[in-house]
Design a protein. Structure first.
Length: 159
């Protein structure tokens, strides 16, 4: 188990908890599995169970570590979070249509919300790395051009 960093509710600073200190806060795997099954049933969502591309294709070299399907890139809690956000986007779209928002506008908003979930998946997979300054997880995939320059878009300027 890795450590968890929490932001304090009042004031500034962070609280660091070791794996042994956080066990009571984390739901067990069976409970998470039940919630995933419930979301799948209620919303008709699926877990990304498709196989990954062949090793080396598109830069994928994770198969040697037993990561063979797209869902293996995430822990069960990460999958639950992504499915929950996706479910809420479906609810938001339905609500917008009920409130008679222009369907094209509702589709555009839903698309942007979907892109945000994609960004969450990118920054919250099993393969993310931790950056100590500014204390945050960093992208799963980083592409570089021929000269080695990063071609990723940052959510905020680098220091």
């Amino acid at each position: 188990m890795t450590a968890i960093i929490l932001t304090k509710f009042e004031g500034s600073g962070k609280v660091y908890l070791a794996g042994a200190d956080i066990e009571s806060y984390i739901p067990d795997e069976s409970r998470v599995g039940q919630k995933i099954d419930q979301l799948r049933t209620e919303m008709g969502l699926t877990v990304p169970d498709e196989p990954l591309p062949a090793q080396g294709t598109l830069g994928f070299r994770v198969q040697v570590y037993g990561i063979l399907k797209w869902k293996d890139l995430f822990t069960s809690r990460q999958l639950l979070a992504l499915l929950t956000f996706t479910s809420e986007i479906h609810h938001a779209y339905d609500t917008m249509l009920k409130e008679e928002i222009d369907p094209e506008k509702a589709t555009a908003i839903t698309t942007y919300l979907g892109l945000m979930v994609d960004k969450l998946a990118d920054f919250n997979s099993n393969l993310c790395r931790w950056v100590h300054d500014p204390e945050q997880s960093f992208r799963t995939n980083i592409r570089t051009d021929a000269k080695g320059w990063s071609t990723t878009v940052r959510s905020r300027p680098a220091k």
